[in-house]
Design a protein around this ligand. Structure first.
Ligand code: AMP
Length: 395
């Protein structure tokens, strides 16, 4: 069965229950002020489409933060309801809870066209994928829409269990469609040369994605703290750079896998005595005792640029150094710049590389920036996500 998307479905006079990812950051001072509305803004095309297609009701649902199955006023969706009401210029009714007894009567009223269920994760049944809870959510709509790509790798009641009650009346939203189409370009038929740029903290966090990508890519460029276990395995010294035993074992396994010839490692570094210390360019691979590598060096950048130049498909995950400190951010920002000038299909996936690209001001120049870090990595690794499979085949 093919996956149906929102533009193939007739919403006229239908009640719609739709899952979005409104998990926006709030100000830390408890003032319930949204600091970045991107996630809600990216949901607007689907919301507007459903309303403009004549739906009689739109019931929106999402989680926010980690309230761990309990009602916690710090994670109320009230600021989301207020923001939606202002951008859509209409009333948005926030329910007291996702299972509030008043919801049934709200659904029968002609007014209150848009209803936002209170935070789904106030109920342990959401993350527990409880069938009774899923059935209750399903009962609020004739059609179920999933546009929460960033949570579609989770088997939760609102992203997975609910589909059991909407087997022939479910579809993906525009954001989900965009993400899947972009990721499919990497998973299904990447144009060669395909270059992966992998950086960030720990090999162990990314081992599966590295192994999976190595079977698909022509070259893998490694930077950030990720590089040191590989360099050490090859017999170079890494000083006090981040490098633990678990990562060393994993790096050894990857280098012995028969695909090591695709891997490119730094040939020079920007080092310091400590995180936040003064930077120093080290024009060799071996890092002396007492010094730590915090960014890739200029020679490495030029080597990496040559490897990226003729690429037709590029995937980037993870910064090239400790980029939060501008003294060690050149490697990461230069990679963003090189990508911005490339004509390849360029997909940026994963939290820190996304924030690095946003910080560099070059986000507009990339082909696709994935909104769901964990979800996009899992899609590349597995070629599917539970929430998306459910829409396609039911559960
Ligand atoms: P990840 O979440 O695995 O992509 O890791 C990102 C984090 O790794 C960021 O906070 C970076 O500052 C950090 N990082 C990258 N390279 C280094 C490095 N050479 N030394 C210390 N931290 C680093």
């Amino acid at each position: 069965m093919a996956l149906q998307f929102i533009d193939q479905v007739d919403f006229k006079d239908k009640k719609v229950i739709a899952r979005f990812d409104f998990n926006v950051p709030l100000r830390k001072d408890g003032s319930l002020e949204i600091t970045d509305t991107t996630r809600i803004d990216r949901s607007l095309p689907s919301i507007k489409h459903i309303l403009e297609s004549g739906a009689s009701k739109l019931v929106l649902m999402s989680h926010l933060g980690r309230p761990k199955g309990k009602v916690d006023p710090r994670f109320t969706l009230e600021p989301v309801a207020n923001y939606l009401a202002s951008v859509l210029d209409t009333d948005v009714t926030l329910t007291e809870s996702a299972t509030d007894s008043g919801i049934k009567s709200l659904l029968s009223l002609k007014s209150n066209k848009i209803i936002l269920l209170q935070n789904l994760r106030f109920h342990p049944e959401e993350e527990g994928n409880d069938p009774t809870f899923a059935k209750r959510l399903a009962s609020y709509g004739d059609i179920y829409v999933n546009d929460a790509f960033g949570t579609s790798h989770r088997k939760h009641a609102s992203t997975y269990g609910i589909v059991a009650y909407h087997k022939n009346s479910c579809c993906g939203g525009f954001l989900l469609k965009k993400e899947i189409e972009a990721l499919n370009k990497l998973v299904e038929s990447p144009s060669p040369p395909f270059v992966a740029i992998i950086g960030g903290g720990k090999v162990s966090d990314k081992i599966k994605i590295i192994e999976q990508l190595l079977s698909k890519v022509d070259r893998m460029i490694i930077g950030g703290a990720m590089a040191y276990p590989f360099l050490k395995t090859k017999g170079f010294t890494v000083g006090s750079s981040l490098c633990n035993d678990e990562d060393l074992n994993l790096a050894k396994k990857i280098l012995n896998s028969g695909r090591a010839n695709k891997i490119y490692l730094p040939v020079d570094h920007v080092i310091s005595n400590k995180i936040g210390g003064d930077p120093e360019v080290l024009k060799e691979i071996d890092i002396p005792e007492g010094k730590m590598g915090l960014d890739i060096g200029p020679e490495t950048l030029s080597l990496y640029k040559d490897q990226i130049n003729d690429a037709r498909t590029i995937f980037w995950n993870g910064p090239m150094g400790y980029f939060e400190d501008p003294q060690f951010a050149d490697g990461t920002f230069e990679i963003a710049k090189i990508l911005s000038e490339s004509s390849a299909f360029r997909l940026i996936g994963g939290g820190d590389s996304v924030s690095a690209v946003n910080k560099s001001g070059l986000a507009e120049k990339m082909s696709h920036i994935s909104t769901g870090g964990g979800a996009s990595l899992e899609y590349i690794e597995m070629g599917q996500l539970p929430g998306v499979q459910a829409l396609k085949f039911g559960i």
